[in-house]
Design a protein around this ligand. Sequence first.
Ligand code: ADP
Length: 600
Amino acid sequence: MTTPLPHRWRYLAFLTALLAIFLWPLHHFAERYYTQQLAEQNQQTLDLYVANLLGTLRRYEDLPPLLSELPVLRSALENADSEAARNAANAKLAEIRQRTGADVIYLMRPDGLTQAASNWDQPDTFVGRNFAFRPYYKEAVQGKPARFFGLGTTSKRRGYFFANEVRDGERLLGVLVVKVDLEHMEQLWGNTPEQLLVTDSNGVVILSSHDAWRFRASRPLSPATQREVAENIPYPVLNPQPLRISEKDWISLSRELPETGWTVSIYTPHAQVDRPVRSVLLVGGATLLALLLLLALLNISRRHFLERIALEAQAKRQLEIRVLERTEELEGANARLLQEVHDREQAQQELMRAQEEVVQAGKLTALGTMSASISHELNQPLAAIRSYADNARVLLDHQRLDDARGNLEQISALTERMASIIAHLKAYARGARRAPENVALQPAINDALSLVASRRQAMSVELLRDLPDAPLWVQAGETRLRQILANLLSNALDALSEKAPPRRIWLTASQTPDGVTLSLRDNGPGFSEEALAHAREPFFTTKTSAKGLGLGLAICDTLLRALGGRLELGNHPDGGALVQLHLLPGVPGVSPTPQEETRA
Ligand code: ADP
């Protein structure tokens, strides 16, 4: 089983392959281009050197035939024994050598002995030496213009020999030889990276700017050639070693010189091409890498863009799904709410029905309570009327008509009040609730006191009032307030009737932050524990059935609460009952309008 290459390595392999695919043809192309450039350059260099070489040789080519015509030289050959003729020839040759730049010019007799030479005065002079063995001599005496490459026998310097016969008609007078030094050619080539070499017709390197290549054989020598070499000794070695130039390391170009049988070659190190090719490859590779990098960056940003779009689309889809879900949930909730509203409406209707039933039942109960209350509430004014009537009768008996009229007026007022109580109780029983009105407290207290005045006086009850002069405005109904106060005063008188004098009632009123508090205290026996717990309940009484119905405090409490006030029952620390009325504040300055009752 093969494990997949890690991501990174795969990229690297891909990159390498891409580089190879791109760089291989580039390498090929660049190499071809630079090789061609080099070849053109080499061609020019080669042409230049060939022209130089040929120019040098041609300069001396025509010299031997011309010189062989000179009388001074011919005379030296014709008069071989004449010292003067030889000296003249020597001088002439030295002069010509000087003028032409040739290496040596010398004149041989037909037997090969040197008769005169340009170096006649040198220690290694050719004069007197025999060069009959040299091929150029052999060829020249046969009448051919001879050429020969070889080492100087004494100088050991490479030279090119041009030889020509000197003839007088049919008679051979001698041979004239011009030797040209070729070694200076190598020096002319200078020290350049490209190397030049000249091989002779044997394929042996005779001139080269590269020392190691000199006198090496570019091809194997045939046995005949080897024999010739051994005979003529053109090279310093008898058996030239093979020349090995690696095709891989060098780029070569050659040109043959037919007139000499030589081949001139130029060799340029392959590095000359390799270097620019390497630069091209580097630039190409770098460009490709930069392009790939750019592509990778573009690809990454494209991928990011696509990913973002996909993410956005996904988010949008999710949002839509959520919206759908939410809509469904909301629709469900809405349906549930509608159902709930429907249920509630039904429940409310049922409740209202039940409430109506309860109200009806309550009304019946209240009616019962009220009818008991009515008899109770009316008993007090009735008792007052009776005592006023009794008094009036006594006054009439005594002919005190004015006093009797006063009593009758009181009776009339009381009946009016009774009618008003009945009207109020009727309204109360019907459930009609009047809104609280602004009522001044002091006049209501006075009215209530007048209701119980005769009884109080009969009982010798001292009244201690501590009320401010300025009216205290409260929220109440005039009749309701008077009714409440009369009830409380009546209870206090009932309580005081149970004890011996002194009998006292205290009435105090004060403004509080919440409204007005009226306190009513007596010095009677005070509330019993049981009375404190149950006094507000209807029909709770500690009194005899003739005296008490147990409705007074119940009605007071109900009326006060309906007015937004509160009734507090308790006992004073010094003994006796302490009843406190808390009433909401009224708007001052509004005169109390008796809307609740109709006075006759
Ligand atoms: P009734 O006066 O018909 O008994 P109330 O509701 O007015 O009915 O009073 C209930 C009871 O509260 C009384 O029977 C009495 O025991 C007690 N009570 C009321 N006022 C006083 C008072 N000033 N002192 C002592 N006890 C009182």
